[in-house]
Design a protein around this ligand. Structure first.
Ligand SMILES: O=C(O)CCC(=O)C(=O)O
Ligand SMILES: [Fe+2]
Length: 336
């Protein structure tokens, strides 16, 4: 096999951030992973210079050899999460490679697709993207300290192209474009993040649900609203909404709590700005697309698909290890 194949990068159609990358004369998942390993530095440069979103196409061969996804993930950080240690739902863990999380819509233990936005389309007949019309914006596992660096997401069986898209928003550009008053206010803000399904979501609190009792390792975690990226040094907004903020005691630390409090009003303002068209991109999946996204500087949201009539199978890995000096010396909050 030829070594040191040059890597090529292209803009992603319809996105103001991110890069598509391919390797000259390289076809198939195995050869691509090998080329990526041989061009490790160039790959990371492309990822970070491209704003933390990288697309590789034609990676469906990973399905036959799932260890390739693990190898690819290892290029992005020192620790790829072993889901046997962190989740109880065994059916969601790849049987051969426990670092792969299975996100499937129809099989046993299916993940329900998010609901359709209301109304399902914008006034212009487009896919709703901006918060609060679009809900579900989050960065993976922000309810843990230290939070993870990067996720890798592979379309094994995508839904039909006009359904089940994944939306991304660029927290760096959104931060830079904040009006000065909001930028100054955000600088020292902290959000209170919690794992979904603990009865602390905006919806649950509005419905008057009693929050579930939490073990200490499940407690909500403070995170800065403005994070300094440990590799690029750039500031980025770091926020979630809906089910991944604590709407009982938060969502913002030191502000009036609850869905109708001052903290909620400020979060709504920030999220509305974060998800403006200038900073967002909708990825319409093709089979074999591999998207790598930086959780330290981007948020994302899944869209609805018709799970009754279509299968959708996605594989995810999560890479940890470089959250930045803010988290120096902390032990993992999520380990009991
Ligand atoms: O299914 C999707 O498009 C996104 C799922 C997601 O947010 C995740 O796995 O972290
Ligand atoms: Fe996610």
């Amino acid at each position: 096999m030829t070594t040191n194949l040059p890597m090529q990068t292209y803009p992603i159609d319809g996105a103001s951030f991110g890069v598509r990358c391919s390797f000259v004369s390289t076809e198939g998942a195995e050869a691509t992973v090998l080329a990526a390993e041989e061009n490790h530095e160039a790959l990371l440069d492309a990822f970070y210079n491209g704003g933390g979103l990288l697309l590789l196409e034609g990676m469906d061969g990973i399905r036959e050899d799932p260890t390739l996804l693990l190898r690819f993930s290892q290029l992005f950080g020192s620790e790829v999460e072993d889901y046997r240690q962190t989740i109880r739902a065994r059916h969601s863990i790849h049987p051969q490679v426990p670092e792969i999380l299975l996100i499937a819509g129809k099989s046993a233990g299916a993940v329900k697709p998010p609901p359709q936005p209301d109304p399902p389309l914008t006034a212009e007949g487009k896919l709703p993207i901006q918060f609060p019309h679009r809900r579900g914006w989050h960065t993976d596992q922000s309810f843990r300290r230290p939070p993870p660096d990067t996720s890798l997401f592979l379309a094994v069986v995508p839904s039909p192209r006009d359904q089940g898209q994944t939306l991304f928003a660029d927290g760096t550009a959104a931060y830079e474009a904040l009006p000065p008053d909001l930028k100054a206010l955000a600088e020292d803000l902290e959000g209170l993040h919690v794992m979904p399904g603990a009865g602390r979501s905006e919806q649950d609190v509005r419905a008057g649900k009693t929050p579930d009792p939490l073990e200490p390792h499940e407690y909500p975690q403070h995170q800065p609203v403005v994070r300094v990226h440990p590799v690029t040094g750039k500031r980025a907004l770091y926020l979630c909404e809906a089910g991944q903020m604590d709407w009982v005691e938060g969502p913002l630390v030191g502000y009036e709590p609850g869905p109708d409090g001052e903290g909620a009003a400020l979060l709504y303002r920030l999220m509305h700005h974060y998800t403006k068209p200038d900073f967002t991109y909708a990825h319409y999946w093709n089979k074999g697309d591999l998207v790598i996204y930086d959780n330290r500087s981007l948020i994302h949201s899944a869209t609805w698909y018709d799970a009754e009539n279509h299968e959708r199978v996605m594989w995810r890995t999560t890479v940890h290890g470089n959250p930045g000096p803010l988290y120096d010396g902390e032990s993992k909050s999520w380990i009991a």
